[in-house]
Design a protein around this ligand. Sequence first.
Ligand SMILES: Cc1cc2nc3c(=O)[nH]c(=O)nc-3n(C[C@H](O)[C@H](O)[C@H](O)COP(=O)(O)OP(=O)(O)OC[C@H]3O[C@@H](n4cnc5c(N)ncnc54)[C@H](O)[C@@H]3O)c2cc1C
Length: 482
Amino acid sequence: MTRIVIIGGGPGGYEAALVAAQLGAEVTVVDSDGLGGSAVLTDCVPSKTLIATAEVMTSFDSSYEELGIIVADDTPPDKQAARVVGVDLGKVNRRVKRLAVAQSHDITQSVTRAGVTVLRGKGRLEGRQDLDGSRAVVVETADGENLTLRADAVLISTGATPRELPDAQPDGERILTWTQVYDLDELPSELIVVGSGVTGAEFAGAYQALGSRVTLVSSRDRVLPGEDPDAAVVLEDVFRRRGMNVMSRSRAESAKRVGDKVEVTLSDGRVITGSHCLMAVGSIPNTADMGLEEAGVKLTESGHVKVDRVSRTSAPGVYAAGDCTGVLMLASVAAMQGRIAMYHSLGDAVQPLNLKTVSSNVFTDPEIATVGYTAGDVECGKMDAVCVKLPLRGNPRAKMQGIRDGFVKLFARPGTGIVVGGVVVAPRASELIHPISLAVDNNLTVEQVASAFTVYPSLSGSTAEGARQLHIRKREGAESGS
Ligand SMILES: Cc1cc2nc3c(=O)[nH]c(=O)nc-3n(C[C@H](O)[C@H](O)[C@H](O)COP(=O)(O)OP(=O)(O)OC[C@H]3O[C@@H](n4cnc5c(N)ncnc54)[C@H](O)[C@@H]3O)c2cc1C
């Protein structure tokens, strides 16, 4: 029986464990914090649970008047808060933590039911391969014992940890990382979010919806510098319209507590004050002190494990998956890299990782979902594609629901009409991107997308309409010979 040891039990690790067990290997997962990893315990699941509350707040708050809903309130006008709905953050956070722990428990159950051994502790590689090709993994267990496991293949899937700035050390009370916000019992009255990438934007939007006054400090020209520029513009407009103070081209140098306030100093000397500060300035891979380089595993300058498209590292028999590789920091990609590693090491059929078919979503309001080639790829000539963008305000369902912001964008090859990418900016865009994902993954043409029925009225009608418009453009191009 092939012995597999997996260090780190997040999506990269536990999904790999399930596949390896199904393929008949003897599998051990070593994890220091609980199966599901940061994805389940501190990052993905908790943030999306918090955002679920924020989403209900925003959709009610922003549309109840237009939709004719009356809120019965006997409070005299001078005593009424500006907002109609409020939130009990302590209750929200207790729900968040309960769901996270329950999901970790469910994952542990399904992994152990599949025959995998789960060890609580910290794992590291010990030296190089033995003559028989096996390796040693040393585990410092939760009760301080040291165990040595022998493995024919090892998967490193240890994830990443929030990056901290030397002069903005989190204290867990007022200066916070995204893993610490769920200990708050009361809503921050004035939250400063440092960092306008996906994590910063998601939390800024969520806390704004929950009722905090939010300042978003962005070192770049606009929020979400890595996303579709049109989508980022829509989101920034919405943020500002709802009262968020978005500070562009502003780099935070330090954050310190002053009594029950936090002062954030920017690189140009300006100081901003809030009740709390959330640092969302990226993450660093959990690859230190794991014996990786001694075992022949090459790391990048940033400390990520170098891997190829079948998750092999530079050391024979050592694979790596997920955030510790820095390939694409998504739970879905971590899981796929982990599965691919197991298919490869256990000799099953394997498809190398293809990042161009990954769909991803920014869970703001509106959400931003993306798949395939991007506007940037078209602009720099990496992909020759024509593009159509349909604002949602022309969509009948959007009008009925009072949705004003957002669009559907499709990219297709000019000659064949094959769909190569798409962006949806809408409420629940994460659900609406799937047909475009299917098209990209299966090389469907705009004609095939256009000919599938959509429900009337529906937001997905805009995807079909976009495909129809690209078909017309293709015909006109063919007729004019261009
Ligand atoms: C706020 C936030 C929200 C996010 N939301 C989403 C989302 O909505 N969708 C999405 O796809 N992605 C999301 N992500 C990204 C996603 O969480 C990560 O891509 C995913 O967690 C990566 O999985 P992983 O298996 O690589 O590592 P992790 O989930 O980080 O798991 C690694 C595990 O390894 C353990 N470990 C570390 N070192 C050792 C060691 N030496 N020995 C034993 N165990 C060890 C850790 O304790 C942890 O349990 C989000 C990220 C953040 C920060």
